[in-house]
Ligand binder design. Structure first.
Ligand SMILES: C[S@@+](CC[C@H](N)C(=O)[O-])C[C@H]1O[C@@H](n2cnc3c(N)ncnc32)[C@H](O)[C@@H]1O
Ligand code: SF4
Length: 431
């Protein structure tokens, strides 16, 4: 199964964006985001549609990179001039103020600063951002705070500053530990610099590290992909995001595909060998592309897959919120950094679209079934407001086909369902 960077929540990506029988794209996902919807009513600390309050996360987007990688379709822009970092942080906090004026929200349980390349920012603006967020909405006592770092921008003083500011998890974009592969991917760093970034993170006191690696790279043999992953595991991360390289529309790689991409059979072999290696190393496979040691599953990403709520602030950031009346609203911010800054100044930051009742079951399943252990069955009603009877026919069908476990307490894909996730999800399209 393909799938890739989860850092940037991006509704509108469907289960078809991967390739081959394992394909299922990345997430969190919603089938469409088209017409503007009605505004939600002010929200109390929890909602009245279900069993428990919907947990809340916060995603913060930093849209700049040193340069654009040829495979990347994230909302990231090559930084031509120095960025006014404090000015951008101030805009993020105004953006958050706008969100909080609409509805009251509980303290956030996880915060993810993604990009782009957040590690381009100094520690002082990151500290001001975290303090500002805490003062406005509150951070839960055990909040998980992740920041994405590109090894080409790693600096030990900055890493120590992030840690001191309250960041407690770093996600480092290693991509490969083979210099020739890194060059073919247009990366700004070497394998040595990626190793140094990991060492700096440890020295700065980070005891929770995610490392991103991609496979299925141009001219990469099956053996080389496995060797690459083995080298990554030698760095002993707590969490690994292992993505199949996908050729996304609107990227240079899509326009002119690089030579020597592995075929589906090779990808299947890489996947089987890599998963065995990860399992031997003690990494539990809990989501399509995510592997973690005990207790280190990413709380932030889990909340997306479990159809929790999240605020999204920053250029191009997406959010999903449940209002007290049960409406589910998706928000999106201006993508271009300058347009975003202008919109914040004008007080017109978000587009808001209500998720219709007949879209909710599929949206829920598109997310929940990416999790290998699925979700408790009662999350369905608690987070969509729909009775379970709304999906009883596709559930029965999926169980009869061996794609879903026959366990009434959980909605969880079988190994077959994970392998043919698109077929499983297709059953819920008409629900
Ligand atoms: C926002 S980036 C991570 C942070 C930082 N910008 C960097 O690249 O080091 C999120 C991750 O998505 C993955 N990714 C991006 N584009 C991808 C693609 N086309 N196919 C597969 N994975 C991709 C990469 O592993 C990348 O580290
Ligand atoms: S550094 Fe990361 S976000 Fe920036 S272009 Fe490369 S992959 Fe995309």
């Amino acid at each position: 199964m393909a799938g890739r960077g989860l850092c940037e929540p991006e509704p509108g990506v469907t289960a078809e964006s991967g390739s081959g029988p394992r394909a299922a794209g990345r997430g969190p996902v919603s089938p469409k985001l088209s017409a503007p919807g009605p505004r939600p009513a002010a929200r109390e600390a929890d909602n009245d549609i279900g069993i428990a309050p919907v947990p809340l996360s916060l995603y913060v987007h930093i849209p700049w990179c040193v340069r654009k990688c040829p495979y990347c379709d994230f909302n990231s822009h090559a930084m031509r001039d120095p960025v006014d970092q404090m000015g951008y942080v101030d805009a993020l906090l105004v953006d958050l103020d706008h969100e909080l004026r609409r509805q009251q929200l509980p303290a956030v349980r996880s915060l993810f600063i993604g990009g782009g390349t957040p590690s381009l920012f100094d520690a002082a603006p990151i500290g001001r951002l975290l303090d500002g967020i805490d003062a406005r909405i509150g951070l839960a006592g055990d909040v998980e705070i992740t920041l994405e770092a590109n090894p080409g921008t790693a600096e030990s003083r900055r890493f120590s500053g992030y840690r001191a500011a309250g960041v407690n998890r770093l996600s480092i974009g290693v991509q490969s530990l083979d210099d020739a592969s890194l060059q073919r991917l247009g990366r700004i760093h070497s394998a040595g610099e990626a190793r140094d970034a990991v060492a700096m993170a440890r020295a700065a006191g980070f005891d929770s590290l995610n490392l991103d690696m991609m496979y299925g790279l141009p001219e990469q043999t099956t053996g080389a992909a496995v060797t690459d992953l083995r080298a990554l595991l030698e760095l002993t991360p707590e969490h690994v995001s292992w993505y199949q390289l996908t050729l996304e529309p609107n990227t240079l790689f899509h326009q002119r595909p690089p030579r020597g991409l592995p075929d589906d059979d090779q990808l299947g072999d890489i996947m089987d060998a890599g998963q065995a290696l990860l399992a031997d190393g003690g990494y539990g496979h809990y989501e399509v592309s995510a592997y973690a040691r005990n207790g280190h599953a990413c709380r932030h990403n889990l909340n997306y897959w479990e159809f929790g709520d999240y605020l999204g602030i920053g250029a191009g950031a997406h959010g999903k919120l449940t209002a007290p009346g049960g409406e589910i609203v998706r928000t999106a911010k201006q993508r271009a950094p300058l347009a975003y800054l202008r919109a914040v100044a004008d007080g017109a930051v978000s587009t808001r679209v209500e998720v219709a009742h007949d879209e909710r079951a599929l949206e829920f399943m598109l997310n929940a079934l990416r999790l290998n252990d699925g979700v408790p069955t009662d999350f369905f009603t608690a987070r969509t407001g729909l009775p379970l009877s709304a999906i009883v026919a596709p559930l029965d069908d999926a169980r009869a086909r061996g794609l879903l476990h026959d366990d009434r307490r959980r909605l969880a894909p079988t190994a077959l369902g994970q392998r043919f996730l698109n077929d499983l999800l297709a059953l819920f399209e008409e629900a």
